[in-house]
Structures are given as structure tokens and as C-alpha cells.
Design a binder for this molecule. Sequence first.
Ligand code: FAD
Length: 482
Amino acid sequence: MSANSASPILIWFRKDLRLGDNHALAAACADGVPVIPFYIREPADSGNGPLGSAQRWWLHHSLSALRTSLQNIGSDLLFRSGEPLEVIKDIARETGGTSVFWNRRYDPSGMATDAPLKKALLEQGFSVSSFAGQLLHEPTRFFNKTGGPYRVFTPFWRALEASGEPQAPIDPPVSIAAPQRWPGSERLEQWDLLPTKPDWASTFSEIWSPGEDGASNRLQTFVEDTLDGYKTARDLPAEAGTSLLSPHLAFGEISPARIWHATRVLTDTPVDDVVTFRKELAWREFSYNLLFHNPDLDRRNLDRRFDAFSWLDNDDHFRRWTKGLTGYPIVDAGMRQLWRHGYMHNRVRMIAASFLIKDLLIDWRRGERWFRDTLVDADPASNAASWQWVAGSGADASPFFRVFNPALQGEKFDPEGHYVKQFVPELADLDARYVHRPFAAPQAALSEARIELGVTYPAPIIEHGFARDRALAAFQDIRSAT
Ligand SMILES: Cc1cc2nc3c(=O)[nH]c(=O)nc-3n(C[C@H](O)[C@H](O)[C@H](O)COP(=O)(O)OP(=O)(O)OC[C@H]3O[C@@H](n4cnc5c(N)ncnc54)[C@H](O)[C@@H]3O)c2cc1C
């Protein structure tokens, strides 16, 4: 489309790095006036940064993909750094734009930036239009019978299900009007988002393709090949049984509405699989509802009894947990999957988190921060809510006295040990009968697999039976104190 001299609309991309089902973008393009898309690297102390290390890698590639997609339809993406108000005023001065569009974000730091920003822009004569799209439904949509926010998932899910289908996704624009002259942009490459020395993210691209196309391909593969059977396979970490859409959702490369609707048109997929999958999308919504109503979800126990909990916080144990050297193969495989792919299977996240909190008695907040730094799908709502759920301190939480036995969990969900062997190669030759408890394997089996416990693979850092009793006693202490 040719350049146009009308006053342009400025569109600020944030957690919506996509063209499809992007309501702010569609509205900005509706009148055919020039549109100026930009991304702001907000100051690290604004609360919106710094991003975790793994997500910095993702962000680089996602922004690069978005820029290419915009260029393909006649537009571009500007990169600027600074306080959003100053950046927007600069771009406005340079282009004559007085209208600013964005899609709403619902994390506390994003909202803390956006509300005063909107006010300041309005006061300075701008018009500001904000749109929904990060969630299926606004976090103010569902309330329980007494008018309060839901704290239990099942009634929340029932309310969500009864509310009908979320809005159908809208198509991406086919072209975007360009301004007569593009204002200057920083170079993405100079933002140093990619690790270099060492390039620890080099293995991420074994499984990930950041960007909207990567998200669309993932959705298509999931719907065609994986959704049928999801209910069972989603718990088996050795199988390709889940969608792997979480990092794409975290960066808004795909909308949850589009995912929801893609599972709607299926006629030959068992209903149970579709419902189970949609329930997972609803857990994401539920987590955002919790975060919206509890902005300190990543810091404060929802169940205040846990404020008195006596955490041990042994630094050496924490370090060995982060490195996948606990001596419990399923935990170690998960923690090493996290290093290798910036991702961990959901079942294994539960086991690894439970091990940190209950076997090692390390404060769930340390685990939450580690995941935030290392997951490509780190999400302020799902991460904090899930850690509190595992700890037992959260809303609708798994009770603290339910302590996962890592060896039994491994045997149940990775019976052949394929997942463990993929990420813990030291155990690759161990007989499947012992792969989840090498500490109990006969010496002959260890020798045959060239394993020397404590040398080639660690002996357990703690005995699970002892740790379980200790955790239950610590929990009893806070129960009897209240
Ligand atoms: C300790 C812990 C920390 C977690 N941290 C995060 C996080 O930072 N970011 C994140 O997106 N998920 C987190 N989860 C939830 C879950 O593990 C991931 O969403 C899931 O593994 C992503 O893989 P997938 O996209 O293949 O999931 P699928 O099974 O294909 O599910 C589809 C989508 O539903 C959502 N979803 C699934 N399970 C959950 C859940 N339990 N809670 C909230 N949303 C869910 C995700 O958006 C996911 O992409 C955490 C879980 C635990 C136990």
C-alpha cells in the first residue's frame, strides 16, 4: 500500500507479538490511515523487566519474526528504549500521530505502567484505545455467588464453560498503510538479547520456532496429530502429548481464542480430549484471575498460615536441584530439560517443584524465581499460581500433605525411562526396572550400565522417606500454630 499523509495511528506491541486476532492492530488498520507499529524496551526497573534469560532469547526471535511479517505487508516495526510516555511522545512528535492503540496486559507491573500512562497521554491531548486479546475473557468477567473472585477452579471452569464461546478470532490485515517517512529505530541486534559467551541457548532451536508462524504450525500439528488422545498422553513426558503452545501464548504470538476455536471444529476427536485441553486453557485464565485479584501472587502465600513455615533453604541443595544433580532421575531429567530447551513437561514440573518444596524444604518462591529465569514460557500468572498450588499455599491447592514420591511418579509416568534417558544420558544403559531408582539397583545392574553412584551419577541428596516425614512434621507445626 502506498504512503499516506493522514495523521498516523501509533500501535504499541507488547505481549501480543502477532498480526492475527490482534484487535488493536485490526482497529488501527480499519480506516486506512498510516499505522506506526513499535516495541519499547522498557527500563529494567519499571517492573516490566528484566525478562528472564530464556525469554530474552525468545523475545529477540519473536520481534525479528514480527518485523518481517509487518514488512511483508508494507509496514515495519520500530524499536525504541525508554519510559513509555517519553518514547510515545517522541514518536508522536516525529510523525504527527495523536492516537495510540494497544492490547491490554494483565500482569501487575504492566497494569501499573499502563493506567498512569493512559491518564498522562489523555491529559496531553492524545487519544488512547485499548483492546482485549491476551485472555479468553477479561479477568473481571467471572465472580462467584458472593460476588468475590473465584478461588476454586471447578466452579470457575463451570462459569467459563457456561458463558459460551469466546469471540471468534479475526484475520490478520492483508496490508498496512505506511507513513510518508518512517521515524528512526534502534537496531534489535544491539539490544543484546541473545546470549553469546557461552551461547547456552543454542539447543533451544532444537524444538522452538519463535514467532507467529511457529505458533500457527504448532497449533496445526497439535490439532491434527496430538489432540486425539491428549487426555492420557498429556501426562507422559516421553510422548509428544501436549501442544507446546505455552511460550507462544506467553508472548502473544497466538491468541487463546484462536486456539480455543481451532479445537471447536473437530468432529472426530473424542470430546473428552477437547474438554481436557480446554480446561488447561482455563487454568491459564484462572491463574490470571488469581493474579489480577492478588497482585503479589509471586511473593505472598495465599494461605497465610504458610507465612510461619520453617523453610530450610539449604543453598547447596538448591544449587544441585537447579543443575539436575539430586540423585532422583525424574527430577534431574526435568531440570536438565529446562537447561536444554527452556521448557519442562507439566507432570515433571509438578514433581520437580514438589521435590524442592517438600523434600528439600526450600521456599517455593526460590523455585518460582528460578523457573521465571529459565523457562521460555515463564508467565507471571501461571508460574506463581502453579508454584503456590504445588506448595499447598495457593488457591485450590494440592494439599501440602500430598508429597510426591519421585521414584514412584517416574515409574508411573515414564515407565520405560525414555524421558529420563533422553535428558540424563549417564543412565542411558540402565535396566528400565531401576531407571527411576538407581540407588536401589543391584551392583551388577549398575556395573553393566557403567554407573558408579556418587561418581558418574549422584546418590540421592536426601532419603525420600525421611524427607516426607520431615515435611509432614513441619506442616503439622503451622497447622497446630493456627
Ligand atoms: C511449578 C509449575 C510452574 C509452571 N510455570 C508455568 C509458566 O511459567 N508458564 C506457563 O505457561 N505454564 C506454567 N505451568 C503450567 C504448565 O506446566 C505449562 O503451561 C505446560 O506445561 C505448557 O506446555 P504445553 O503448552 O504443551 O501445555 P498443554 O498441555 O498443551 O496446555 C495448553 C495450554 O494450557 C495452559 N496450561 C496448561 N497447564 C496449565 C497449568 N497448570 N496452569 C496454567 N496454564 C496451563 C498453557 O497456556 C498451555 O500452553 C507451570 C506448572 C507448574 C507445575
